[in-house]
Structure formats: structure tokens, C-alpha cells
Design a protein around this ligand. Structure first.
Ligand code: BTN
Length: 342
């Protein structure tokens, strides 16, 4: 029997497995009654077997369906995963970041995926997010490994709108402020920022940001902002070498956060900040006071690794381009990029 869903949502164009699955979710959630496999196959131009495969894949991801023979499928429970439609439902109407999501169960690195998509010139929309449940080759700053087991929040945000190169470092600085705001809202934990963009809780690392930029003349042709957050993971399961220095929301508070709600709030904070940096507005200076207030670095004695040498002194100031001023006693050294050793 042919059925029609009385409330037909407009679904996003079908361009990949990811978006067919996403569109099926959108369609089923928008329907106010069960939808038959036949209607889904007709609606999406796929075979009944393909519909069944998608439904099965969704079940594996944590969706629960009410299904009755001859009647069809109705979604009874959705999982807390950053899937396109589930996130879009929660996004503030003004937010463009996160309108497109590429979700993977496992990948090597979401930053690598985003860069590969951009280099393939397939027209990745601005604000697209690549996210995965786990990463086998997660990368941190300075080529370090980034442990990314299931339970954390691993994502890369693609920015294709051109950003003046001298402002590119502001992208990571504003991201750290936006992430901190969302973390404090959802965890009530005190979060500080260690220059340039580590998120700390109780002096231990809770998250980090890895921004990668491709330049074209004086502007970026794209930026990929990789954000890694140890949210619903048990820090005691981290690799031994980072256990003393890393922590997670779950280990600090004994609670898990809802990733979808967290992400919607993060993007609401981040979206206007990124636009502001890109269009040449006040950019980082808009939130620099907040960054300084949350800083675990300013005012502290620091040892900064500059790659080939280490300088020691007191961190005394941060410029709007992210340059840290370190007073060594013999003068002030301005450090644009480095690593604080404490
Ligand atoms: C750091 O503090 O060193 C930055 C860590 C950034 C990790 C994130 S997780 C998502 C994205 N994919 C990666 O491979 N790295 C970033």
C-alpha cells in the first residue's frame, strides 16, 4: 500500500551515503505517521534493499524504530550523535556553521578528511563540519598524536570564506573562547585557556584546537579548525604518557554532556565570532578581555619552546593577533607561535 507522510519536510540534496541517511532521518522525523519502505524507496530513488540497509545502519548508530509489517517505520528514539539533521534541528536560525555535517563512525583524522575534501574541489560549503566517533590518527599541534577514543567530541569546521592572513591566528583564539563558553555552560567546570589554545580544567588538558590554513595571496583559500574535546571519555583510559596531564568532562564532573546540545551552543557562540574575523570587524579584540580573564598563561612565569630554543620569563601581554609577550628580564620577546612548557 502506498502511503504518504502528511507533513513533508524539505530534505537536503542527496549527494552521498551520508546525506541519504540524513535525509531519511529528516523525512521520518518530519512525518507524523509511520512511513513505508516502499515510500522511502520511491522518495529517495533507491531500492527497498537499500532502504533496509540504511535503516539497519541507523539502528546500529542508536536509532530506535517502531516498525510494523506492512505499515513501515517510525523513529522512536534518536541517538546523541552529531548527525546533520539532528544538529540542524537544534541550531539557532542565524547560525550557518554546521548546516552541513559529514559524520563518520571512525576515521584517521577529521582535519585530514576536511583538507582532502577541500583539495578535491568538490565545492565543500562554508561551515561544513566533519566529525567522527573516533579517530585512529588524530593529530595535535606540532605533529603530536591526539588520542581520540569514542566518547570524545572530535570535529573539524571548514571555513571557505576568505580570511585576511594576518587575522588567521584569530580564528583559533576566538574558537578557544567560544569552546570555553559552551564548556562552562554545559559542565559548570572552571575552564581556563593556556596559550595559544589549550582548554584546561584543574591545570589538566581537556581540549585543544588545531587550525590549518591554505593561503592564496593575502587571504586564506580555506581554513580547517580542528577541535578535540575530551568530553564523555574516562581519562584513566588515556594512554599512560598523557594521563598525568589530561582530563575529561566525565572524569572531572562524573557526568556526561549531551553532544548535540553542546554543539548547538558552541556554534551559536562561534558563528558570529568567525564571521567577524573574516569580514575584518573587531575580530579577536571583541573577546580578548574574556580570553585574558580566562588565561592560565598571562601573569605566569613560563618556559616557551620556540622549536630551536627555549625562552623563560613572565607572560605579560597578548596582542590581538595572538602574539604573546614574554618579559625575560632582559627585554620583552614577542612570540607568535610556540609551546608553553610551564
Ligand atoms: C592540540 O591541542 O594539540 C590540538 C588538538 C586538536 C585535535 C583535533 S580532534 C579533531 C581534529 N582532527 C585532528 O586530527 N585533530 C583535531
Amino acid at each position: 500500500m502506498q502511503q504518504s507522510a502528511s507533513k513533508r519536510p524539505t530534505h537536503t540534496p542527496v549527494t552521498s551515503e551520508n546525506s541519504i541517511r540524513d535525509s531519511i532521518v529528516e523525512y521520518l522525523l518530519g512525518a507524523d505517521q509511520s512511513v513505508s519502505g516502499e515510500l522511502l524507496s520511491h522518495e529517495f530513488g533507491i531500492t527497498r534493499a537499500a532502504v533496509w540497509k540504511h535503516i539497519h545502519a541507523l539502528e546500529e548508530m542508536g536509532f530506535q524504530f517502531h516498525r510494523r509489517h506492512g505499515v513501515g517505520y517510525r523513529i522512536e528514539r534518536t541517538p546523541d550523535l552529531l548527525l546533520g539533521h539532528l544538529l540542524r534541528q537544534r541550531l539557532h536560525p542565524s547560525v550557518r556553521l554546521g548546516e552541513h555535517v559529514i559524520w563518520k563512525k571512525e576515521t584517521t583524522s577529521t582535519n585530514d578528511d576536511a583538507v582532502a575534501l577541500l583539495n578535491a574541489k568538490m565545492g565543500v560549503p562554508d561551515g561544513t563540519i566533519v566529525t567522527a566517533l573516533s579517530q585512529s590518527g588524530g593529530r595535535g599541534r606540532h605533529g603530536r598524536r591526539w588520542s581520540s577514543p569514542e566518547g570524545g567530541l572530535w570535529q573539524s569546521i571548514v571555513i571557505t570564506k576568505p580570511v585576511p592572513l594576518q587575522r588567521a591566528s584569530s580564528l583559533t583564539l576566538v574558537t578557544s573562547v567560544a569552546v570555553r563558553r559552551a564548556l562552562e555552560k554545559h559542565t559548570q567546570l572552571p575552564i581556563s585557556i593556556k596559550w595559544p589554545n589549550d582548554l584546561l580544567c584543574g591545570g589538566k588538558k581537556l581540549g585543544g584546537i588545531l587550525a590549518e590554513v591554505k593561503a592564496q595571496g593575502e587571504t586564506t583559500s580555506y581554513a580547517v579548525i580542528g577541535i578535540g574535546l575530551n568530553t564523555n571519555v574516562d581519562a584513566s583510559e588515556f594512554p599512560k604518557e598523557i594521563q598525568a596531564t589530561s582530563t575529561s568532562v566525565w572524569s572531572e564532573s562524573g557526568r556526561r554532556i549531551n553532544h548535540l546540545d553542546f554543539e548547538a551552543d558552541l556554534l551559536k557562540e562561534l558563528d558570529p565570532m568567525i564571521s567577524n574575523v573574516a569580514v575584518g570587524g573587531a575580530g579577536f579584540s571583541l573577546v580578548s578581555d574574556e580570553w585574558k580573564h580566562a588565561s592560565a598563561t598571562l601573569g605566569q612565569l613560563v618556559r616557551v619552546s620556540l622549536g630551536d630554543r627555549i625562552i623563560e620569563g613572565r607572560a605579560v601581554e597578548l596582542d590581538d593577533d595572538g602574539t604573546l609577550h614574554v618579559d625575560t628580564g632582559q627585554g620583552v620577546i614577542k612570540v607568535l607561535s610556540g609551546d608553553i612548557l610551564f
